[in-house]
Design a protein around this ligand. Structure first.
Ligand code: DQA
Length: 148
């Protein structure tokens, strides 16, 4: 069981940015906790501050044996049609995650252009947003509504 976690811009600065929204821990620490929590799941982590690199990594995932993709594209979530279009390519379960509740913040964060390319979205649970996404993908649970 292998899951790819993709983090976008500024998520490499977790622990050093707006604690109120993003907490005090680095993603490396969060990842370690997730690895301990899910010993049977191989977690591959990719982070980039560059839109095109994220697009390329998603394209590559289309040819890989993965059980799913978790993506937190940071601010790109709100306007990157290129990442949206890339996410439409891999025939894999995809979960969009956000640490913060994007619907209770600035107006520009209230829309994600990636959600329609993902199976589900988890936002507002801090680092647990990632845990919940792994729970879903590793259990291979599929919601009954809206899926073939
Ligand atoms: C974020 C929310 C985005 O609006 C923001 O630009 C981020 C992080 C989150 O995880 O809450 O960088 O995706």
């Amino acid at each position: 069981m292998k899951i790819l976690i993709i983090n976008g811009p500024n998520l490499n600065m977790l622990g050093r940015r707006e604690e109120i929204f993003y907490g005090t821990e680095s993603f490396e620490k969060i990842l370690k906790e997730l690895e301990e929590k899910f010993p049977k799941v191989e977690l591959e982590y990719f982070q980039s501050n560059v839109e095109g690199e994220i697009v390329t990594r998603i394209q590559q995932a289309a040819d890989e044996k993965l059980n799913g993709i978790i993506i937190n594209a940071g601010a790109y979530s709100h306007y990157s049609y290129a990442i949206h279009d890339a996410l439409m390519i891999p025939q894999l379960p995809k979960v969009e995650v956000h640490l913060s509740n994007i619907y209770m913040r600035d107006e520009f964060r209230r829309k994600s252009v990636l959600s329609s390319a993902c199976d589900g979205i988890i936002a507002g649970f801090g680092k647990d947003s990632y845990r919940l996404a792994i729970d879903f993908l590793s259990g291979n649970q599929r919601p009954k509504i809206g899926f073939k």
